[in-house]
Design a protein around this ligand. Structure first.
Ligand code: SF4
Length: 374
């Protein structure tokens, strides 16, 4: 049982024999993907406040220093992204910050919101209005929170990071593997197309990596909602003592992810953090969201590559590079799994089908007709 998992009813069984098989996987056991995909996004760090203090994280600011984007800043940033041809509004922020950060809570109240999640809903509405599809990473959520936010999100995400109890998550306030797994489960139970992933190099063992990937697989097998799994290496920063994992380590973990996950689930590496060109023959098929207009606020020392660099990576691998929406195309098809509603909400569907400039851009992206320089 994973630490903290006994508090939740998690439909996960990880078989020892499957772990052993995965531990034997090498890059020679996987084939390179036939194409690479990416999404063009604009990145909005709604707030830098977080109730946790993970030791590798340079994103959060302490109370008194944390920022909160205003509705005007949100709209302005989103408009810049839409003008640059983006399709995705990526909202990321720390986990449930408003209880611990009184100033953030007071500011939200002044703007008429009783929580950061309520404010996120408004931010997503602005994104849809501006002509971008929201993809939110708001930390750990329960079903009722996913139910509300799915109305205005094309897809959502939370990194599992690891199923292990690592010192990097220690301290009085800390996230537990059980809580994270329950978030991935709750997204599936509600039917939200979902992104999750593992973080490599935060003190976990090889067995922990294998178990983490198999736990994600088990949740996807139960709900069918995982669209991509990010395999991310930790990177040095001013708060972190962790060393970046070696290229050989990353090659082996990416290959393990490819073998552990069903074919329809993409394996993603972030090209601004990973030794990407050395991983492309290990089963990577997605390069994540890349922003032509905003920084990677989670890892501000590591700039997004230009689209030209992604084309070079694909050229090196000898495969085509395709732009995708934040929601993978298979989640836009009618469901035939017995569920009585579609993966995306009526509101998101209407945005994609709309006869306006944004709707045409989304459909051109789906058809592979977007100009690369837009
Ligand atoms: S990694 Fe996420 S949960 Fe941990 S401190 Fe940073 S923002 Fe908070």
């Amino acid at each position: 049982m994973f630490p903290g998992a006994d508090e939740y009813d998690l439909p996960i069984e990880v078989d020892d024999a499957a772990v052993e098989r995965l531990l034997d996987v090498t890059p020679a056991d996987v084939d390179p993907a036939p194409a690479l995909t990416f999404a063009r996004n604009v990145f909005l760090p709604l707030t830098t406040a977080c109730r946790y203090t993970c030791t590798y994280c340079s994103f959060y600011d302490v109370p008194g220093q944390a920022s909160l984007m205003s509705p005007e800043e949100i709209r302005e940033t989103l408009e810049t992204g839409a003008d640059a041809g983006c399709t995705e509004a990526l909202f990321t922020f720390g986990d449930k910050p408003d209880a611990r950060y009184e100033a953030i809570h007071a500011q939200l109240a002044e703007w008429g919101h009783d929580s950061i999640l309520d404010y996120l809903y408004e931010a997503c509405e602005i994104a849809l209005d501006v002509g971008l599809l929201p993809h939110s990473n708001p930390g750990d959520l329960v079903e009722s929170e996913f139910e509300r936010l799915r109305e205005v999100n094309a897809s959502m995400g939370t990194m599992l990071e690891t199923t292990a109890d690592v010192a990097a998550h220690s301290g009085g306030r800390r996230k537990t593997p059980g809580q994270r797994l329950n978030t991935v489960r709750a997204a599936g139970a509600v039917g939200v197309p979902f992104t999750t992933g593992i973080l490599v190099g935060i003190g976990e063992t090889w067995r922990d990596r294998a178990e983490s990937l198999l736990a994600i697989r088990a949740l996807h097998e139960r709900y069918g909602h995982v669209q991509e799994v990010i395999v991310q290496n930790v990177v040095p920063n001013e708060r972190s003592d962790f060393e970046q994992p070696s290229v050989e380590t990353m090659r082996r973990v990416v290959a393990m992810a490819r073998v552990a996950l069903p074919e329809e689930v993409s394996v993603q590496v972030p090209p601004n953090l990973s030794p990407t060109s050395h991983l492309l023959d290990c089963g990577v098929d997605d390069l994540g969201g890349v922003s032509p207009v905003t920084d990677d606020y989670i890892n501000p020392d590591y700039k997004w590559p230009a689209l030209r660099e992604l084309e070079d990576l694909a050229g090196e691998a000898g495969v085509p590079l395709r732009e995708r929406l934040p929601v993978y195309e298979r989640f836009l098809a009618p469901r035939n799994d017995g569920q009585d509603r579609e993966w995306v909400s009526d509101r998101v569907r209407a945005a994609i089908d709309a006869e306006d400039e944004a709707g045409r851009r989304y459909r051109a992206c789906l058809a592979g007709d977007l100009p690369r320089s837009a």
